[in-house]
Design a protein around this ligand. Structure first.
Ligand SMILES: Cc1cc2nc3c(=O)[nH]c(=O)nc-3n(C[C@H](O)[C@H](O)[C@H](O)COP(=O)(O)O)c2cc1C
Length: 365
């Protein structure tokens, strides 16, 4: 009679095979359509109860960060569920935390399509979505309707047509609206697809933005009688001096974490691809080295004074382990999930919980 262990192994293998078949079908569709279909199918699986039967939850491997207790170290990066419309469905996948957004004060369509491109041979994506979202009020309604009780990060940004000099107003509007429903709030100043947004990572602009946001957060903490940690999301395209300045500025403000990194504008690592010339942020495996280098420099500057959440090209347990060894406390995935499928979360979590299960790219039962 087969043991429970071998049943789980068979279940896990068949899930891997199922996902590779499904991925072949999804990859026939345009990337944005495939994303929508995947999210809707997952929502259906969640509502029907089927998801819970098929998907295995990762082992408990709790860690404290930003004053919060994360059940495991693997999170969903921002941009996957911009409006928080699929939180319960995504929770099925076993993430230690889910970050929704980027959300802006007013709804906006984002850039014209096509704006998302797959580069399968490099396990990469290029996107110039441009913060397409339904606006912050819609996101808050979605969060209030969800049943998710895990850790929820809300990533906030500015509208495309808000002049950069008035960016603070947009961040404050979002902060006011999301404060009571978020477990942490991510300040996105690193998307490459909103004009001048990245200039907020430097000099006086950075300092006054952080001043304004932290002051308002202090007031909100009294109003709501809870302190919601703030995390700042940075770009992988900062040079060493810029990272040094940023780190000092972060340490001068009551910020609780840094997320490193967003996508890169440097397409040199995919220069032979026919899509290399598409404008937008590159993510996935070709971003790995830059994201890792940014993390190392940041960690040198912060010396453990501020936790780092690593993102950028994490597509296996060993990728995640390398980031943790380089100073990250938590990791986030996006592009890896598209290519490897939902098993990736379990695989990374198992690897981080028990080093012996790190080998290979298949899910461990
Ligand atoms: C299609 C797409 C949309 C994204 N949208 C956002 C976003 O709205 N806000 C944000 O902070 N990051 C966004 N990102 C960046 C991811 O959160 C992540 O930082 C980046 O893709 C690097 O991780 P990865 O290599 O695992 O994808 C987006 C990435 C992709 C591929």
């Amino acid at each position: 009679m087969p043991s429970w262990h071998s049943f789980l192994r068979i279940k896990s293998w068949s899930f891997n095979i199922m996902y590779s078949l499904l991925r072949n079908l999804l990859f026939i569709l345009r990337p944005e359509m495939a994303h929508k279909v995947s999210l809707r199918s997952l929502a259906l699986a969640e509502r029907s109860g089927l998801g819970r039967l098929i998907l295995k939850q990762p082992p408990e491997n709790p860690v404290e960060c930003m004053g919060l207790r994360f059940p495991n170290r693997v999170g969903l990066a921002a941009g996957f569920d911009k409006n928080g419309a699929y939180i319960d469905a995504l929770a099925l996948l076993g993430f230690g935390f889910i970050e929704i957004g980027t959300v802006t004060p007013r709804k906006q369509p984002g850039n014209p399509k096509p704006r998302l491109f797959r580069i399968p041979d490099q396990q990469a994506l290029i996107n110039r979505m441009g913060f397409n979202n339904e606006g912050v009020d819609n996101l808050v309604t979605n969060v209030s309707r969800s049943h998710y009780s895990g850790i929820l990060g809300i990533n906030i940004g500015k509208n495309m047509d808000t002049p950069i000099e008035n960016a603070l107003d947009d961040y404050l509007t979002c902060l006011d609206r999301v404060y009571s429903v978020a477990d942490y709030i991510a300040i996105n100043i690193s998307s490459p697809n909103t004009q001048d947004l990245r200039s907020l990572q430097h000099g006086q602009k950075l300092d006054s933005l952080l001043d304004g946001i932290c002051r308002r957060a202090e007031i909100l903490s009294k109003t709501w009688m809870k302190k919601v940690p703030l995390a700042v999301k940075i770009s992988p395209d900062l040079d060493s001096m810029a990272i040094e300045y940023l780190a000092k500025s972060l340490l001068n403000h009551p910020v609780s974490a840094v997320i490193a990194t967003n996508t890169t504008l440097d397409h040199s690592s995919i220069k032979n691809s026919r899509l290399a010339k598409e404008n937008g942020g590159l993510s996935g495996t070709p971003l790995k080295e830059k994201a890792q280098a940014t993390l190392i420099r940041l960690n040198e500057m912060l010396q453990g004074s501020l936790p780092i959440i690593a993102a950028g090209g994490i597509a296996s347990g060993s990728d995640a382990k390398t980031r943790i060894s380089a100073g990250a406390t938590l990791v986030q995935v996006y592009t890896g999930l598209i290519y490897k499928g939902p098993c990736l979360i379990n695989q990374i979590s198992c690897c981080l919980a028990h080093s012996s299960t790190c080998a290979g790219n298949t899910c461990q039962p």
